[in-house]
Design a protein around this ligand. Structure first.
Ligand code: SOE
Length: 384
C-alpha cells in the first residue's frame, strides 16, 4: 500500500531549507493531491539553530546526523538543500537506502560526481524517484512559454538569449562556501548558468550540441574571512559567459555574473523565432512578453501578458483569483506539488528534472568550462 502521507527528511536549514520547508507544508494545502506530507525530520550541522528552525517550520524531529535519515522508516523522500560538495554523498547514501531524493541544483560540484549520481539513480530502479530543484521551471510565465513553444507558436527558432545577472559578489562580500571550489565546484557558472541551461533546455525541448567562446574570469581573488580574521583565497569564477548551439540550429548565448551592479536577481530569457519572440524575466516573473510576427506593422510590438489566469498559467487555479500574482516561493510549492503527484502515480503539470536530466545540464556546464580552459569549441558528443 502506498503511504497516504509522504514522510519528508530535509537536510539543510539555510536559504533552501526555508524555501523547501515552506513548499512541503504548503503544497497539500493549495493542491488537490492523492498524498499529503509529513515533515518527519530535519537535519543540519548547527544544533543551536536547528531546534528553533524545526519548531518554526513544523518539523516533528531534528538531528545533526543526516546519515540517520537513511534508516528512518518515517522518511520516504530525502530533500537535499546543502552546499554542493554534500550532494553526491548524501544522495548516494539515500538512494542506496531506497529513499526518493530531491536535490538542490546544481546536481553536483563536477560532472564526474553528477555522473555517479545519475548512475546511482538508475541502479536504484524505477520505484525510487529522483528530482532536482530547478525551481524556475514553475514560474507562472515560464509555464506559459513552455506551452507556446510546444504548440509551435514561434515557428523555427533562431536565437536563445539567456542571462542571469546578480550583484552581491562585490569585493566587500565576505568569504563563503560559494567562493570555494572545493565546496561549490564553480561560482556564478554552477550557481546561475545551471538555472539558465536547465530553463533553456526545458523550453526548447532539444539538446545543446556544442559550446564555444566561454570565459570564466575570477575578478576578486581573495575575500575577508567570515570569522573576521584575515583573508581567504577565492578560486571560483565570478562570471561565466559562453555561446552554444541547439540541436535544431538555434544559436544561444549565456551570461552569468555576481558583479552586475544594478541587477539583483535578473534571470532573463528571450527566444526569437520566425513567427514571434518571447521574453521572461524573474524580476517581473508573472509577465510573459510576446511579439507576434503576424501582427500588422502598425501594431507589431511586445505584448505584456499577465500569466495569472487558469487559462495561461498551469498552476493558477491552485492559487489566487486572476491578476493576483504569485512569487519566488510559489515556484518551489508548485514543484513540491508535482513531486507529490509523481510519487502517488499521477502526472506532473510540467515535466520535472530527474538526475538523468540534470546530468545533461551538467554536461553543458562542463563543456563551457572546457571551452574556457582550452580556448576552443567543444562538441557535447565529447563530454560524457
Ligand atoms: C544565489 O546566487 C542564489 O541564491 C542562487 O543560489 C539561487 O539558485 C538563485 O535562484 C538565486 O540566487
Amino acid at each position: 500500500m502506498p503511504p497516504t502521507s509522504i514522510g519528508i527528511g530535509l537536510i539543510g536549514q539555510k536559504f533552501m531549507g526555508r524555501a523547501h520547508s515552506n513548499a512541503w507544508s504548503q503544497a497539500p494545502k493549495f493542491f488537490d493531491l492523492k498524498v499529503g506530507t509529513r515533515l518527519a525530520v530535519v537535519s543540519a550541522r548547527d544544533a543551536t539553530e536547528l531546534a528553533a528552525f524545526a519548531k518554526r517550520f513544523g518539523w516533528e524531529k531534528s538531528t545533526t546526523r543526516w546519515q540517520s535519515l537513511a534508516k528512518n522508516p518515517a522518511v520516504h523522500l530525502v530533500d537535499i538543500g546543502t552546499p554542493n560538495n554534500m550532494h553526491a554523498e548524501q544522495a548516494l547514501t539515500m538512494l542506496a537506502a531506497g529513499k526518493h531524493v530531491a536535490c538542490e541544483k546544481p546536481l553536483a560540484r563536477t560532472l564526474a560526481e553528477a555522473r555517479v549520481m545519475r548512475d546511482a539513480a538508475e541502479t536504484a530502479g524505477k520505484r525510487v524517484k529522483t528530482f532536482v530543484w530547478h525551481n524556475y521551471r514553475r514560474a507562472p510565465a515560464i509555464g506559459l512559454a513552455w506551452h507556446l513553444l510546444r504548440e509551435g507558436k514561434l515557428g523555427r527558432i533562431f536565437h536563445v538569449r539567456a542571462r542571469y545577472l546578480q550583484s552581491w559578489g562585490a569585493a566587500s562580500t565576505p568569504m563563503s562556501w560559494r567562493y570555494d571550489a572545493s565546496k561549490a565546484g564553480s561560482g556564478a557558472h554552477g550557481d546561475l548558468n545551471a538555472h539558465l541551461v536547465d530553463l533553456t533546455r526545458f523550453l526548447m525541448g532539444e539538446p545543446i550540441v556544442d559550446v564555444h567562446g566561454a570565459v570564466t574570469p575570477t575578478f576578486i581573488l581573495s575575500r575577508r574571512s567570515a570569522t573576521g580574521k584575515g583573508k581567504e583565497k577565492c578560486d571560483v569564477d565570478d562570471a561565466a559567459l559562453f555561446l552554444a548551439t541547439f540541436a535544431g540550429g538555434a544559436t544561444a548565448s549565456f551570461e552569468a555574473t555576481r558583479l552586475a551592479e544594478g541587477h539583483l536577481n535578473d534571470n532573463t530569457i528571450e527566444i526569437n523565432g520566425e513567427a514571434g519572440s518571447l521574453r521572461w524575466s524573474l524580476e517581473d516573473m508573472n509577465v510573459l512578453e510576446w511579439c507576434d510576427a503576424s501582427d500588422s506593422p502598425r501594431l507589431r510590438g511586445w505584448r505584456k501578458i499577465m500569466a495569472t489566469s487558469a487559462g495561461n498559467h498551469p498552476y493558477a487555479a491552485n492559487w489566487w483569483p486572476d491578476g493576483h500574482i504569485t512569487g519566488y516561493e510559489h515556484g518551489f510549492t508548485n514543484m513540491a506539488a508535482d513531486v507529490l503527484r509523481v510519487l502517488s502515480g499521477e502526472k506532473p503539470e510540467l515535466p520535472l528534472p530527474d538526475f538523468a536530466d540534470a546530468y545533461e545540464t551538467c554536461r553543458v556546464l562542463e563543456a563551457a568550462l572546457l571551452s574556457a580552459k582550452h580556448r576552443c569549441a567543444i562538441s557535447l558528443s565529447d563530454v560524457l
